[in-house]
Design a protein around this ligand. Structure first.
Ligand SMILES: NC(=O)c1ccc[n+]([C@@H]2O[C@H](COP(=O)([O-])OP(=O)(O)OC[C@H]3O[C@@H](n4cnc5c(N)ncnc54)[C@H](OP(=O)(O)O)[C@@H]3O)[C@@H](O)[C@H]2O)c1
Length: 295
């Protein structure tokens, strides 16, 4: 049995816990801030009740073989408190979060060679009753290499697809192209149908064009027409689709502003690339954040 801890058991943490359980090969520990009254995951293959140990205090954590972090990026500091007791400087940490700075977020607690960044695609949400609703298949991309292979092995026998890639940086920036444009929905507080509007569509194209320029400077190989594909993708979605940034705003939670748009501005500065659209998005979203002096 491999001992696997999942830190942060919301939508993605719940989905991966159910996938891990499906293999029948793991002893699962769920690390949460509040005690869990069980974990039910409504997957496309049926409802799964996850059998796991639940702990809420990092001081009581015992060593495991793998840690999977699935908090929001803005909760990385709290998530990091779990890592030393769970890893004991040996166990690898897979970071299942959006953005392109998976290693940077946990580099103070874990040696970077033990951190495996993961790009995860899976539409999922934690509902008000606590049940996690998995709306589609789970696809993950990780760096090819020893840790990537071990991570893929964790899901052998489950339905989750884990792709090993030699070009993870491109995979992560490609996902950021999609996520950066999602900020428009959060700003106007309307689901993705709002991107049918021509003016907002043009703003989305500008946001993505900046992401592409900065991503290329960071080494990502992004196609010239990726912006159009991103916009078409949003326009093909059911018009009432709510992305996680909008969901966070509607629920009064913080938003992943820095990981999804701020990073484009920061890394743009480093490469002397202007990013006025993302800069404006960041400033406006920060002003909307709960607790802002402007709210
Ligand atoms: N949901 C999706 O469809 C989706 C798809 C692809 C990628 N992603 C990315 O995946 C990441 C996770 O997103 P999510 O949608 O799963 O978020 P989520 O539903 O908000 O879940 C995050 C969980 O982390 C918990 N948490 C926060 N701080 C913690 C701490 N110190 N210790 C233990 N648990 C802690 C939260 O606890 P509380 O319950 O106490 O708040 C919450 O249950 C994000 O980067 C997101 O952008 C999400």
């Amino acid at each position: 049995m491999t001992r696997v801890a999942v830190v942060g058991v919301g939508a993605i943490g719940g989905v991966v816990a159910a996938q891990l359980q499906a293999t029948g090969h793991h002893e699962i520990t769920l690390c949460t801030r509040r005690p869990l009254d069980g974990l039910m995951v409504n997957t496309p293959d049926g409802v799964v009740s996850v059998k796991a140990t639940n702990i809420t205090n990092p001081a009581l954590a015992e060593a495991v073989d793998w840690v999977l972090v699935a908090t929001k990026t803005y909760d990385a500091k709290g998530a990091a408190e779990w890592l030393s007791p769970l890893c004991k400087e040996i166990a690898p940490v897979a970071v299942l979060q959006n953005g392109v700075e998976h290693r940077e977020r946990f580099a103070n607690e874990v040696s970077t060679e033990l951190i495996l960044p993961v790009v995860i695609d899976c539409p999922a949400e934690r509902q008000k009753d606590g049940v996690v609703l998995q709306r589609g298949e789970v696809r993950m991309q990780v760096e090819a290499g020893g840790l990537g292979k071990e991570f893929a092995q964790l899901f052998a026998g489950a339905n989750a697809k884990v792709e090993l890639t030699d070009d993870f940086i491109t995979a992560a920036w490609r996902k950021l192209c999609v996520n950066s444009a999602g900020a428009i929905s959060a700003l106007v507080a309307k689901p993705s149908g709002v991107l049918q509007d021509e003016s907002l569509g043009n703003v989305a194209l500008e946001i993505v064009a900046e992401c592409v320029a900065v991503g290329r400077a960071e080494g990502a190989r992004l196609e010239d027409d990726i912006g159009l594909h991103v916009l078409e993708g949003y326009r093909r979605q059911p018009p009432d689709s709510i992305n996680s940034m909008l969901a966070d705003r509607l629920a009064g939670r913080p938003m992943e502003i820095d990981a999804r748009n701020g990073v484009i501005v920061r890394k743009g500065e480093k490469h002397r690339i202007r990013t006025p659209s993302n800069r404006m998005v960041v400033a406006l979203l920060q002003a909307l954040q709960v607790g802002s002096i402007l709210s």
